[in-house]
Design a protein around this ligand. Sequence first.
Ligand code: FES
Length: 106
Amino acid sequence: MPDWKHHVFVCTNKRPPGHPKGSCADRGCAEVAAALSAAVEMDDDLLETVKVQTTNCLGPCRSGPTFVVYPEGVWYGGVTAADVGEIVREHFRGGRPVARCLLGSG
Ligand code: FES
């Protein structure tokens, strides 16, 4: 069984148009999930230590796109694909979550 250092769950939930909560799909989660997956898949070290999975609603819908990194339970919100490189470098490689992208920081 793999021993992931970081297990990343990215919300890709989509709700119907006009839903009061909206959804991460409305806010660009597909691009964020694709950027995270691509960054990991292109790096042999990260492939062995980071697992990226898409998931349904994580709860903080209005702050999407959201994802959570376990086992530490670090939440990101309002992330764009342009933020992914910094998150991979600082958090997944360096062990330092990117404060400006954390849920509730914006
Ligand atoms: S729709 Fe993504 S957290 Fe709810």
